[in-house]
Design a protein around this ligand. Structure first.
Ligand code: ATP
Length: 345
C-alpha cells in the first residue's frame, strides 16, 4: 500500500497517554492536515511518524514499510521523512545554499539547490544568511531544505504560526503549490481551522488523542460527525429539529437534510451562518430576532441575534450577511440550503 497508514497508535510521555488509538490514512501525493486544539497531541503524532518519539502500540507504515509498531522501530534517518519545525530552525552560520544543500551528496548539491531555489521562488538569494531574510523567506528555505533529499513524506509542524496574518496566507498558498508541483505527500498540523480548510485535500480533526473525523474540507465543514467537530470547524448554529422522511422540521420551516437517510426522531441540525438570511419584513418560515452585535468585516457583516423565545432556538444565532441589518435592530431570520443532522459530541 502506498501513502501513510496509521492504525491504533498509542503513545505518550511517561505515564501520560497522549495518543489513544489514532487511525489515519494519507494517500500518496495528498496534502493532509491534522487539526486540533493546542495540547491535543498533534506534535507528538508528527514526532512518532518522524521517528523522534516511540509508539507504544499500533502501527505506523509508509508505502507498505512498517516504521514503528511498538516493538520494531526504524531509525529516523532511514525513514525518508522530511520535517519542518515551527520556527524553521535554519543553521544561522550557513547561507541559504548551505542550508538547503546540507546533507546532500556533494556531486548533486549545486544542481539540486538551484532546482529548489526555483521551486520555492528564492532564486538569486543563495548567498544570504538566515538573518538577512524575512520570516516568510526563512520558512521557504526550511521547506526547500526538507524537500532537498526528496522525502517520501513531509511533516510540517505549524510552520506558519510565527508569520503575520497576510504573510501567513501568502506563504501557505505558496507552500501548498510547491508541494503539489513536487508531488510530495505532506501532513501539516495546525490548530487554525482556516489554515486547515484552505491548505489540505483531506483534514483529520484530532480530539482527546484520537481522530474524531477525517474528510475533505467541505465534508468537514458542512457534514461534521458531531456537534464538537461542527463548532471546531467554524461558527455553528445548532438548531433543534424533528427529523422525518429526509426533512428537518425546524423553527424556520422544513429544510432538506444533507443525509436523506438520517433516522427519524428529534435531533439537532447544523445551519452555518451563511445559511441564515436577514430581512426587515416577516415572511413564510421567518423568526423574529433582535440584533445583539453587528461587526463589519470588510467582505461581510457578522451579525449575532437573539431569536424570540418560544421557538426552542438557542439564545444566540449568528448570520454572515452581505448587507447591514436594519437600523431598527429588529430582523426576521430565514434559513436556506440543506441542514445537517449532528449528534452531540
Ligand atoms: N516532553 C514532554 N514531556 C511530558 N509531557 C509532554 C511532553 N511534550 C508534550 N507533552 C504533553 O503532551 C500533550 C500533547 O502535547 P503536543 O505538543 O503533542 O500537543 P499539540 O497538539 O502539538 O499542542 P500545540 O498545538 O500547543 O503545539 C500536552 O499535554 C503536553 O503538555
Amino acid at each position: 500500500m502506498s501513502g501513510l497508514s496509521i492504525t491504533g497508535l498509542r503513545a505518550g510521555h511517561g505515564r501520560t497517554r497522549v495518543l489513544d488509538g489514532v487511525d489515519l490514512a494519507v494517500a500518496d501525493g495528498a496534502l493532509a492536515c491534522v487539526l486540533g486544539p493546542s495540547g491535543c497531541g498533534k506534535s507528538t503524532l508528527l514526532r512518532v511518524i518522524a521517528g523522534f518519539h516511540p509508539a507504544e502500540q499500533g502501527q505506523v507504515a509508509l508505502a507498505g514499510r512498517v516504521l514503528d509498531d511498538g516493538r520494531v522501530r526504524l531509525p529516523a534517518e532511514r525513514r525518508h521523512i522530511g520535517y519542518v519545525p515551527q520556527d524553521g530552525a535554519l543553521f544561522p552560520h550557513l547561507d541559504v545554499a548551505g542550508n538547503i544543500g546540507f546533507g546532500l551528496p556533494r556531486h548533486r548539491r549545486r544542481e539540486r539547490v538551484e532546482e529548489l531555489l526555483d521551486l520555492v521562488g528564492l532564486a538569486g538569494l543563495d548567498e544570504r544568511h538566515p538573518h538577512q531574510l524575512s520570516g516568510g523567506q526563512q520558512q521557504r528555505v526550511a521547506l526547500a531544505r526538507a524537500l532537498a533529499p526528496e522525502p517520501e513524506l513531509l511533516l510540517l509542524d505549524e510552520p506558519f504560526a510565527a508569520l503575520d496574518a497576510a504573510l501567513r496566507t501568502e506563504v501557505r498558498t505558496e507552500v501548498a503549490t510547491t508541494l503539489r508541483k513536487a508531488g510530495t505527500t505532506a501532513i501539516l498540523v495546525t490548530h487554525d481551522q482556516e489554515e486547515a480548510l484552505t491548505f489540505a485535500d483531506v483534514v483529520a480533526v484530532m480530539r482527546e488523542g484520537r481522530i474524531a473525523q477525517t474528510g475533505t474540507p467541505t465534508e468537514l465543514y458542512h457534514q461534521p460527525a458531531d456537534t464538537g467537530v461542527a463548532r471546531f470547524l467554524g461558527e455553528a448554529n445548532l438548531v433543534p429539529a424533528d427529523i422525518a422522511d429526509g426533512l428537518a422540521r425546524t423553527a424556520f420551516g422544513e429544510l432538506a437534510l444533507t443525509d436523506g437517510s438520517a433516522a427519524d426522531g428529534p435531533g439537532v441540525v447544523l445551519i452555518r451562518p451563511r445559511q441564515i438570511g436577514l430581512t426587515a419584513e416577516p415572511g413564510v418560515g421567518t423568526v423574529r430576532a433582535e440584533v445583539v452585535h453587528c461587526h463589519f468585516r470588510g467582505h461581510d457583516y457578522r451579525v449575532e441575534v437573539a431569536p424570540d423565545p418560544g421557538h426552542g432556538l438557542p439564545e444566540r444565532l449568528v448570520a454572515y450577511s452581505d448587507a447591514a441589518p436594519p437600523t431598527t435592530g429588529l430582523v426576521y431570520l430565514a434559513a436556506y440550503g440543506t441542514a445537517h443532522r449532528c449528534p452531540e459530541a
